[in-house]
Design a protein around this ligand. Structure first.
Ligand code: AHR
Length: 503
């Protein structure tokens, strides 16, 4: 039995948890939009063609902000293709995903859908093949009440109220050679800086996200952030991070420690941002928008033959439809622990993506929608996290991984509500073979009246929810909780994720 020990004191805070940490991402990619959130003709479609069963699941998931419309897609996108009468909208080649974009859904429809799922829109502008003018145009169309050509167009298109978009991403993954319009850090920094300044001439209070690195493994990582922030520091609020994880072969030990890589990634970007802050002798702090993160079996997608015949690029193909296991859900839950641990600097994050494409929610055209295993750590964390992330002292035995060296077997984060006095702890046991006892020194929390725990684990770590077996994996009540004088303990099964609420 592994024994880990946690000391919590609500006086020691990391900082408030911004609800934007529980954001997601909808890209025009595969079946995320078409046959995902939108399927007119489906028995559960509403008058706008949106699937109400998907809307219910998105609400249950508890997502705050949703990034849109890409992703790699945005670097070839013309926003104006997606507004106005549907019959006039062009079909276009989507160079990023070798697909055909019908433009049936665009900014206005997506904004309407967001009111149904009760989420905030975070909009990405195209800085790959477009620039300052097009960013200003979409801002005018979306946010100006009326009285200008583009705002009047929106009104005429049936949207009298402005969309009021606060968060804007200045392009997507511009450091990646795969990106349309990929550029050097200097080139991108100048374009992002010009675009940010121009957008702020319309509205100085916009919250702007400049592109950081596509992963911590990029050859330009670190230097990219320095160059981009030196140029844009005064005009932006966030720098983005993106990270995807998958096991290499059967090295599950390293895979289970993916959050260690996320921790180091965040710490390095914070250090770089603060280095630029020091050089500029300013009080302004740049936060992180971790606007793409997930488990993604990217190597499987890389092995698939891409459709090269441009006359045959399909509409909404089944691509990037990873099926997630219990093992994946544990890694995923641990990534959320890492984000919360850095709540003082990661003030926005987007799970990539939301429906069908590397997603917690799957749908079948004309058929049902169901929850993948990763749905559960997200929904439970979003629902049960208290408003403040706490610093904690965690003592855990360790193991050695191929990719990240020596790491702890148990990882955890605690969140607290100063008003109610309640605390929620999220924990993982990374051991594939042994259960762990987590003992929490709760003396600083005062009298404990109620404790409950829910865990995700299974005898088969590869178990998944599928169309045929949509409820194969679900969270289980963990009845191992024990409360004694000044201590709470819980058993974490091998390869498991657990949420523990203490009131
Ligand atoms: O989420 C899938 C893709 O991953 C996004 O389009 C891109 O930004 C990233 O490389």
């Amino acid at each position: 039995m592994i024994r880990a020990h946690l000391t919590i004191d609500p006086h020691f805070e990391v900082g408030p948890i911004n609800r934007r940490l529980f954001g997601s991402f909808v890209e025009h990619l595969g079946r995320c939009v078409y046959d995902g959130i939108y399927e007119p003709g489906h028995e559960h479609a509403d008058a706008d063609g949106f699937r109400t069963d998907v809307i219910e699941l998105v609400r249950e998931l508890g997502v705050s902000t949703i990034r849109y419309p890409g992703g790699n897609f945005v670097s070839g996108y013309r926003w104006e293709d997606g507004v106005g009468p549907r019959e006039d909208r062009p079909r276009r080649l989507d160079l990023a995903w070798h697909s055909t974009e019908t433009n049936e859904i665009g900014l206005d429809e997506f904004a309407t859908w967001l009111t149904k799922v009760d989420s905030e829109l975070m909009y990405a502008v195209n800085l790959g093949t477009r620039g300052v003018l097009e960013a200003l145009d979409v801002l005018e169309y979306a946010n100006i009440r009326s009285g200008t050509e583009l705002s009047d167009q929106r009104v005429a298109n049936g949207h009298p109220e402005p969309h009021g978009i606060r968060m804007w991403c200045l392009g997507n993954e511009m450091d990646g050679p795969w990106q349309l319009g990929h550029s050097t850090a200097q080139e991108y920094a100048q374009l992002a800086s010009k675009t940010a300044r121009a957008m702020r001439q319309i509205d100085p209070d916009l919250e702007l996200v400049v592109c950081g690195s596509s992963s911590a493994q990029m050859p330009t990582f670190g230097e990219w952030e320095r160059v981009v922030l030196e140029e844009t520091y005064d005009n932006v609020d966030f720098i983005s991070c993106h990270a995807y994880y998958e096991p290499k072969g059967d090295d599950y030990g390293s895979f289970l420690a993916s959050a260690v890589n996320m921790d180091r990634f965040i710490d390095a970007v914070v250090a770089t941002a603060d280095h630029v802050k020091a050089m500029r002798n300013t009080d302004k702090t740049i936060d992180i928008s971790f606007d793409e993160w997930n488990v993604w079996y990217q190597s499987r997608y890389d092995q698939v033959d891409k459709i090269t015949d441009v006359d045959a690029w399909p509409v909404a193909p089944r691509i990037l439809e990873d099926s997630y296991s219990v093992l994946d859900a544990v890694v995923f839950g641990n990534l959320m622990i890492s984000l919360i641990r850095h709540a003082d600097r990661v003030t926005s994050a987007s799970l990539a993506q939301l429906v069908n494409v590397i997603a917690p929610i799957m749908t079948e055209p004309g058929g049902p929608a169901w929850r993948q295993t990763t749905f559960f750590p997200f929904s439970l964390t979003s629902r049960l996290a208290r408003p403040v992330a706490l610093e904690l002292k965690l003592d855990s035995p360790t193991y050695v991984t191929e990719r990240y060296g020596e790491v702890s077997l148990v990882d955890a984060v605690a969140t607290h509500d100063h008003e109610s006095g309640g605390t929620t702890v999220f924990a993982v046991n990374r051991s594939l073979t042994d259960a762990a006892t987590l003992t929490i020194d709760s003396r600083a929390l005062g009298a404990v009246t109620t404790v409950s725990a829910t865990s995700i684990f299974d005898d088969d770590i590869h178990a998944a929810n599928t169309l045929e077996h949509p409820d194969r994996v679900a969270p289980k009540e963990n009845d191992s909780v024990d409360v004694s004088e000044g201590a709470v303990s819980v058993t974490l099964p091998p390869c498991s994720w657990t949420v523990l609420t203490i009131d």
